[in-house]
Design a protein around this ligand. Structure first.
Ligand code: ADP
Ligand code: ADP
Ligand code: ZN
Length: 213
């Protein structure tokens, strides 16, 4: 089963993806996580990406398309995968369709997590992320048992450089202009599964698993 998790920054894609990985035993492919790992390594790709990410802009299509093309052909993706944060533009979606056609494969579901923008700013500025395993928490809505420490792996929690009010505002604008058109793109393919993303995290998980089963 190949799934895309679509939704604005802060909709809960990463949170749901981590739970879905356990439920379905298929990997999460987060282009944001992959880019942050490259930034941490200080590779040339990381340096190019960091400049875009810090401004809240998108990294160039060619860069992320290359990353995903390589990743989905790894053996652990043979039984399916969850794309989290990709595609984010129509050219990315078209490139994905092209590569899947070449691999005689396809996307089965596009889970579109819907949350009003007023709620997203508070979710993003209160987000804390594990340096080691990438799991997300929230200072109010999903606090870790011990402040600053990941429940899952004991790693240190930090606030992402781009989770400040200014960058969040740009990211939400970029979402509206570049990513929102993907809903129509996948509607035309009959693959959109809309999910109300407001409410208890577990309840939303139940909604998602219902449409995937
Ligand atoms: P995305 O990957 O879509 O950007 P995240 O999964 O990282 O979003 O969630 C953004 C923030 O909102 C995190 O701090 C997370 O803990 C919190 N969050 C996730 N789901 C919910 C929810 N249903 N209600 C309130 N806060 C949530
Ligand atoms: P969020 O979970 O809050 O939506 P991500 O971790 O998915 O954020 O992405 C963080 C940043 O990484 C984006 O603002 C963008 O700069 C870059 N990025 C991630 N995925 C993509 C993509 N598919 N295309 C272009 N840029 C991307
Ligand atoms: Zn962790």
């Amino acid at each position: 089963m190949n799934v895309i998790l679509l939704g604005p920054p802060g909709a809960g894609k990463g949170t749901q993806a981590k739970m879905l990985v356990e439920e379905y035993q298929i990997p999460q492919i987060s282009t944001g996580d992959i880019l942050r790992a490259a930034v941490k390594e200080g590779s040339p790709l990381g340096k190019e990406a960091k400049a875009c990410m810090d401004k809240g802009d998108l990294v160039p299509d060619s860069v992320v398309i290359g990353i995903v093309e390589e990743r989905i052909q790894q053996p652990d993706c043979a039984k399916g995968y969850m794309l989290d944060g990709f595609p984010r533009t129509v050219p990315q979606a078209e490139a994905l369709d092209g590569m899947l056609q070449n691999l005689s494969s396809q996307i089965d579901h596009v889970v579109s997590i819907e949350v009003a923008s007023e709620e997203l700013v508070g979710r993003l500025t209160g987000r804390r992320t594990c340096r080691d395993c990438g799991v997300g928490f929230h200072v109010m809505f999903d606090p870790p048992e011990q402040e600053g420490v990941c429940d899952k792996c004991g790693g240190e929690l930090y606030q992402r450089d781009d989770d400040n009010v200014e960058t969040v505002t740009s990211r939400l604008e970029v979402y509206e202009s570049q990513t929102l058109p993907l809903i129509d793109y996948y509607k035309a393919q009959g693959k959109i599964r809309p999910i109300d993303g407001v409410g208890d995290i577990k309840e939303i998980f139940a909604r998602v698993t219902q449409v995937l089963s």
